[in-house]
Design a protein around this ligand. Sequence first.
Ligand code: SF4
Length: 386
Amino acid sequence: MSTAIIMEPDIQQKLAILGSEAAEEVTDVPATQSIQQGIQHATGFVYNAKQAGGGTTRLFKVLQTNACRYRCHYCFTSCAIQRKRTTFKPDELATTFVSLTEQKRVDGLFLSSGIVPDANTTMEKMLGTVERLRLKEGYTGYIHLKLIPGAAFEYIERAVQLADRVSLNLEAPNQARLNDLAPDKEFASTMWGRLAWAAALIKRARQEGRPAARSLTTQFVVGAVGESDRELLETVQRAQRELGLWRAYFSAFHPIARSPFAEQPAADPTRALRLYQSDFMLRDYGFRYDELPFDAQGLLPRDKTPKQAWAERHLHAPVELNCATRQQLLRIPGIGPKSADKIIAARRAAKLRDLAQLRALGVTTSWAAPYVLLDGRRAAVQLGLW
Ligand code: SF4
């Protein structure tokens, strides 16, 4: 009778497995969209995240383990899919990260994990990694730590103390949709409730002047189980209102081979983009939720931006850019917060008279032209001059 020898993967092998699987979970936004900030793209285990103030930071995006007891139908790591499983010990992962920072390959850590055998044990390992970095290695840089659904209060509390950002992916807008998407997960208590704990802990730390995570985020899978854009954005709005959610990310569904959803078509990435644009309209452009251009099924248009769709229905008279308020400027397609501020600054020095001036201020003139007047003249007429 022969005895099989099972070799434990070495650190490089673990890195290859746990880095590449973490990179599978990337938010879907075309790189050409410049209006978004904080949108990310992955290359291997290095995750290029745009910072709110401009510039890019390279995050080491990795799983503590790719073993998981859950069956989420959109996830590569689901226990329903046969694959090689491995786990980083906290010290191994911490030293791997330190070595990557010393080689100047990454600037920060984004740590997520499969859940095994339970939420608390998983968070203990993740916190072990982060504690080693913060307390033994003296690492003071950026850490984004995923919260594990169902983890006990003390683990959420420790995560908020140690990380710069904490997040928990709600994945679906409500329990009914979650039942189809991730049948083992529970929405109200183990997911929303943990986000609420984290939000309260962040708020209290701020009031008391103690260091704590600066932001709370979540993510949704889009287009797998028939949820509408209205349902998703309603939940985002509620999370912003009740939890002070900093940002929601949207990931268009991609079928995973050998999963129950393997035969389902991939969702259109434009749908995720329209959700981001609507979220920006609500947070940064002063639109109200009831102004979003949903159709009867609660979906946003795909062939134009939500602001273009709103403008077609509501902007019946062109707006004179030389005297419009900032709020009026932000309602014009092609003008964002930065270009609105630049318009206001530029017109103090000289009247705005042509589209070339607007283009230089960052306006998407092909979108804005039908809706604006420049010194009393319709810009759409001037378009023919260029
Ligand atoms: S709990 Fe997380 S890691 Fe596990 S299957 Fe679900 S999404 Fe994937």
